[in-house]
Ligand binder design. Sequence first.
Ligand code: DQA
Length: 143
Amino acid sequence: MTKPIYVLNGPNLNLLGTREPEIYGHDTLADIESRLRKKAGERGLEFRQTNSEGELVDWVQEASREASCLILNAGAYTHTSIALHDALRACTAPLIEVHLSNPAAREAFRQTNYVASAAMASIAGLGPHGYEVALEAAIRMKA
Ligand code: DQA
């Protein structure tokens, strides 16, 4: 059986829609999830958000066992978490990193990235559409 595609979201992404809309847009995370579910159709999709670093690490370990592909917006943990980096390095599912904004064009503290070096691909700066681009790529991959 085809394994599901995991879409994991890190801290503060539960606030999408009201959080700095000039940077992150007006869509909520539920809006993004519902578009992805439509696009995924029959393809299994596991879509989650957590504010907790440890929970995110647990879910990456789970994705390594259960997912055909991992799509991850790690939020600020992208720039801080060596624990997340280690979990991603150990993860056997291919990883697509997503960011709504383009951290490379933002503050100096966002120039450190502990996710990108474990990723197969990174999509940044396309807003919510970036998740759909990542999902299309994940669907095309053989499970
Ligand atoms: C983000 C970019 C991060 O720098 C920031 O901490 C976020 C959101 C994005 O999707 O643009 O929380 O991951």
